[in-house]
Design a protein around this ligand. Structure first.
Ligand SMILES: Cc1ncc(COP(=O)(O)O)c(C=O)c1O
Length: 442
């Protein structure tokens, strides 16, 4: 497959050009790769008005994903902002006020998009704990009938690797003529499984993938995908919407990495992925034999419910980090490992040796508190932009949440801005070690 962005950057570098343009390092910086870092000069195309090499590269990505695909150099965050804009504009074009029915485990980028675009959200709790929101098609259908949303927004896979019954959920949305948007930040690779589990292939109308999370792409590289039918309606506006939230200086290093990844995805990735899944399965079996409880879900995540093994996730993470193995995420209940085809055999051996070197202890029984629905005092935009102050969580009862600083990962808010902080939300925040919360000043 041709990689037009990479080719352009390489040939530009080879010319030893006089760079009378940005960036300031002039291609000769201290890191060594600055030569490939460019700006939108003549011939280099423009991300938000693509007519040349970027258009060609995005077309290659569209062919690989089997649906219209747009690049982001600002992660899934930018794609989520754009998806929400499309959902709002689509509702307005049908004479409706946007109202999004969203899984309660939404990433904070969705909350920020709601504040910027000022749309209404009805939260779907499903069978929810803090990190997951297991929504069945029946629950979704009941909620759609009760709330009359203009769109549904779900996170799939979630942070623990759970997968929803996407085809059935998409069927319900289609039946009720409601758009289905998916935060697939963790699932770009799902398209390249033997049988694709990518949301667009399973019936979603639009989704974002953080290419950088599971594909060989630099941090910040992401895709926005639309179904063919939705793209027919919005293709002339997608980039225009993306621009609202974007830097006018998209990173060519990131675009070149998305471009180069197309060639890998076209040639070697499927094979490497299926080999890697075999290694992950073998490791999971060994860990289960050693006594670990592994959550089922997407094939490339190893999520251990560590308390069943007698430790908190933080304790197991300490064991790993003492062996210079760094997990994606851990909290008191879980540890999440995210391998990829670019981990070596030696990486898997070291991981197995370390985890199997830990002795099983008796089960820890304390469980996370259930995330309960809180009373809404104002909408997200009002709360986030209101004058606010930080208070100790223990002194926040009855106040209106303005924002919660949560670590990234998982970047899921235990209390939504605008909600009244209840005993139960305080319990959840304390359980996860959150000590302060921003509240709206009276
Ligand atoms: C579920 C989920 N959605 C969205 C995002 C935002 O993705 P990005 O960092 O690519 O902007 C993340 C990031 O961790 C995430 O975990």
């Amino acid at each position: 497959m041709k990689t037009p962005i990479v080719s352009f950057l390489k040939s530009y570098q080879e010319k030893s050009p006089v760079r009378m343009h940005m960036p300031g390092h002039k291609g000769a910086g201290i890191l060594g790769f600055e030569g490939m870092d460019l700006t939108e000069i003549s011939g280099a195309d423009e991300l938000f008005a693509a007519e040349g090499i970027i258009k060609e590269s995005e077309q290659n990505a569209s062919n690989l994903f089997g649906c219209p695909t747009y690049y982001s150099t600002q992660g899934s965050t930018l794609c989520i902002q754009t998806m929400c804009t499309i959902l709002c504009q689509d509702a307005k074009s049908k004479g409706k006020k946007p109202k999004i029915l969203a899984g309660r485990n939404a990433h904070r980028s969705f909350i920020h998009a709601a504040a910027l675009l000022d749309f209404d959200i009805e939260w779907l709790y499903g069978d929810s704990d803090y990190l997951s929101c297991k929504i069945s098609p029946e629950t979704l259908e009941n909620e759609i009938v009760e709330n009359h949303p203009t769109a549904v927004y779900l996170t799939n896979p979630d942070y623990l690797g759970n997968l929803l019954d996407m085809s059935a959920l998409a069927f319900v949305c289609k039946k009720h003529n409601v758009l289905l948007a998916i935060d697939n930040a963790h699932g770009a690779y799902l398209r390249f499984l033997e049988d694709s589990l990518h949301p667009i292939d399973l019936g979603a109308d639009l989704c974002c993938d953080s290419a950088h999370k599971t594909l060989p792409v630099l941090t910040g590289g992401a895709y926005l995908h639309l179904s063919d039918s939705l793209n027919q309606v919005w293709k002339n506006d997608v980039k225009h919407f993306m621009e609202f939230f974007s830097s006018t200086s998209p990173s060519y290093l990131i675009m070149a990495s998305l471009d180069a990844a197309n060639d890998v995805l076209d040639h070697t990735f499927r094979n490497s992925l299926s080999e890697c899944i075999k290694s992950v399965d073998l490791l999971k079996n060994t860990l289960v034999q050693h006594g670990y409880t592994i959550l089922s879900g997407e094939p490339m995540k190893i999520t251990i419910a560590t308390k069943e093994f007698g430790y908190t996730g933080n304790e197991i993470a300490d064991f790993l980090m003492n062996c210079d193995i760094y997990p994606e995420f851990y909290d008191t209940d879980y540890i999440v490992l995210m391998p990829s085809p670019y981990n070596t055999k030696d990486d898997f051996e070291r991981l197995e040796k370390c985890l199997c070197g830990i002795e099983r202890k008796s089960i820890l029984v304390n469980k996370p508190p259930k995330l309960e629905q809180s009373k809404k005092a104002m909408n997200i935009r009002q709360a986030l932009f209101a004058p606010s102050m930080k208070v100790d969580v223990s002194k926040s009862l009855g106040q209106v949440c303005s924002s919660v600083t949560v670590s990234c990962p998982p970047a899921i808010l235990p209390v939504i801005p605008g909600e009244v902080i209840s005993e139960s939300s305080i319990e959840v925040m304390k359980y996860y070690g959150i000590e302060t919360v921003r509240v709206v000043k009276e």
